[in-house]
Design a protein around this ligand. Sequence first.
Ligand code: FES
Length: 106
Amino acid sequence: IKITIIDREGVAHAIDAPTDMNMNLMEIVRSYELAPEGTIGICGGMAMCASCQCYVESDHQLPEVTDDEDAMLAEAFNVKDNSRLGCQIQMRPEMDGLIVELAPEA
Ligand code: FES
């Protein structure tokens, strides 16, 4: 699928995201090196660091926020109504066209 990720400098990257490799959005950002090493995915995708926070800018139906994600976002900085943890969003075919912006480094 094609998705757009706006990096922390405000640059939009249109990229191909595989849906058959069990990757989440944080892992996609890392694999395309859209954020400096060590600034995203710090907890390894356990919903315990919020370094993968992003703002969902398109109106895609995404998986429900889990209790763990909700609790982490409640403690995170720069949280907005459209904040999600990238590590909790597995890439799925219906997310084609998704647009997300990386939250600032906290
Ligand atoms: Fe730590 Fe997502 S990688 S909360």
